[in-house]
Design a protein around this ligand. Structure first.
Ligand code: BES
Ligand code: MN
Ligand code: ZN
Length: 506
């Protein structure tokens, strides 16, 4: 996507923001549009309600049409509302076959950069569709987005940087969506690892892909167990990106580089294994690597962030299949930390992968570990599709992540992480059983993980409820959402800010 900032545009479609408030008359620098919208508002045909949309055909070239999108009340405008506003405009523009679009956003004092960033991000997302497997891909998406910025040169440069950040973030989300949308047959663990290598190379990150012999040597019996029934053996993908150059100077960081670890569940297809899932909706289980996709998406965008700490990505990847060699209910496997697990249900495979990943994460002595996983159907029963489940014992981390999620428009809701949830998992022949009662399933799963995260500052995000959209949304068509990318990018930036501010104080 080409992004351009400037006072003028030759785009064929212009997206104009109009507030609902009486006191703010519609404005546009396209001739005649302001008065035309004012007339629509007087007649009551358009009120400027949030995401209300009307298209004005324009005879003159190159401008073919103006898409007027309501922004609701000015006082209710938030970062995420701007994102949705732009997404709505771009989506409509796409339906109309726009080749290029221009965003016309009124000045909002002091917040111009954020607004430009999220508007570009939203427009890129509204423009998105996954057409790789279509013989007739339909009208091609817009290839250029202009942002009309009438301000002085200096301001324009800041706006340009913000717009590029927004585009990078959107590209990362699109990358995650494309990975999730790709059928299981075309993205088994080795293919996911190959994609991870490309992503790491482009992002200036180191990457190691551990295969079966290395997993054996490391004692990652849980990852090996999940992958045992598949013709495509498991992989454990490790990405490491060192901090930006500006961060190496402080004496504290010279001793040990502070590290944040992101873990993504990478089940490239989840049949349930021998504890086979029912056939209804099973095709969606290609999405069981949405956590991995989010982590890889974040890595793709890291070069645009300049973080003062190391970021490590861990992706345990396997295909959960039944078969002659598959893991069986009642089998006992040993995780990397020595814990023995009695596999009651082979469909509770995500927690097995994460057990080994959490154990592996400890070698970095990280400041924080976040895992993202489409872990339980139960989280959707608890929260619906409005939020992902947030499980952590750390109140500060909970606050940081919740705030990042609110800004990103990717909601988290905190769930309990009581150790007593694991009581019912301690009755088998091994240290822990991998599955308990249906009631509170998401909480039991999280408590199981907590056993392997002992000693870590850790949060678990159960994204099974949010990683897939069941109908078209403003920012995402039906299908993979890329949930977690925006949230994590926000969180990493906020954390970088905190580190810089405390470094400046000392
Ligand atoms: N990948 C699924 C989670 C899932 C299930 C997401 C249904 C969306 C819809 C996970 O591996 C799984 O199968 N979890 C089981 C756990 C149970 C066997 C303890 C579940 O939630 O049913
Ligand atoms: Mn499963
Ligand atoms: Zn699964």
């Amino acid at each position: 996507m080409k992004i351009r900032i400037g006072p003028g545009t030759s785009a064929d479609t212009r997206i104009v923001l109009v507030y609902q408030d009486r006191g703010s008359p519609p404005r546009s620098r396209a001739k005649g549009v302001g008065p035309a919208v004012a007339a629509l508002m007087r007649s009551g045909d358009f009120a400027g309600r949030f995401l209300e949309t009307v298209v004005l055909p324009i005879g003159r070239r190159p401008l073919r049409r103006v898409v007027v999108v309501g922004a609701g009340r000015r006082s209710e405008l938030t970062e995420h509302r701007v994102r949705l506003w732009a997404g709505q405009g771009a989506r409509r523009a796409r339906e109309l076959g726009a080749a290029s679009i221009a965003l016309e956003i009124p000045e909002v004092r002091g917040e111009g950069e954020t607004i430009v960033e999220v508007a570009v991000e939203g427009a890129c997302l509204g423009n998105y569709r996954f057409t790789r497997y279509r013989s007739e891909p339909g009208p091609s998406p817009a290839r250029r987005i202009d942002v009309l910025s009438p301000g002085p040169e200096r301001e324009r440069r800041n706006h340009d940087a913000a717009a590029q950040r927004g585009a990078k973030s959107a590209a990362a989300i699109v990358l995650a969506r494309d990975l999730v949308a790709t059928p299981g047959q075309d993205l088994p663990p080795e293919a996911l690892a190959a994609r991870a290598k490309e992503i790491a190379r482009a992002a200036g990150a180191r990457i190691r892909v551990l295969g079966v012999p290395e997993l054996r040597r490391l004692g990652m019996g849980a990852v090996l167990a999940v992958g045992r029934g598949s013709a495509h053996p498991p992989r454990f993908i490790v990405l490491e990106r060192e901090p930006g150059r500006g961060a190496r100077t402080s004496s504290r960081s010279a001793k040990r580089t502070p590290t944040v670890v992101l873990i993504g569940k990478g089940v490239t297809f989840d049949t349930g294994g021998i504890s086979l899932k029912p056939h209804e909706g099973m095709s969606r289980m290609k999405y069981d690597m949405a956590g991995a996709a989010a982590v890889l998406g974040v890595f793709a965008a890291l070069p645009s962030l300049d973080l003062p700490f190391r970021v490590v990505g861990l992706v345990p990847s396997a295909e959960n299949m039944p078969g002659g060699t598959a893991l069986k209910p009642g089998d006992v496997v040993r995780a990397i930390d020595g814990t023995t697990i009695d596999v009651i249900n082979t469909d509770a495979e995500g927690r097995l992968l994460l057990a080994d990943a959490l154990g592996y994460a400890k070698r970095y002595e990280p400041e924080a570990v976040i895992d993202l996983a489409t872990l339980t159907g139960s989280i959707s029963i608890a929260l619906g599709r409005q939020a992902a489940g947030l499980f952590t014992a750390d109140d500060a981390l909970a606050r940081e992540l919740s705030e990042a999620g609110e800004c990103a428009g990717e909601r988290l809701w905190r769930m309990p992480l009581w150790e007593s949830y694991t009581d019912e998992l301690r009755r088998g022949i091994a240290d822990l059983e991998n599955s308990g009662s249906r009631e509170g399933g998401a909480c039991i799963a999280a408590a199981f993980l907590a056993h392997f995260a002992r000693g870590l500052t850790w949060a678990h995000l159960d994204i099974a409820s949010t990683a897939w959209a069941f109908g078209d949304q403003t920012l995402e068509p039906r299908g993979p959402t890329g949930f977690g990318v925006r949230l994590l990018l926000r969180w990493l930036r906020a954390r970088a800010e905190t580190v810089r501010r405390s470094a400046a104080k000392h």
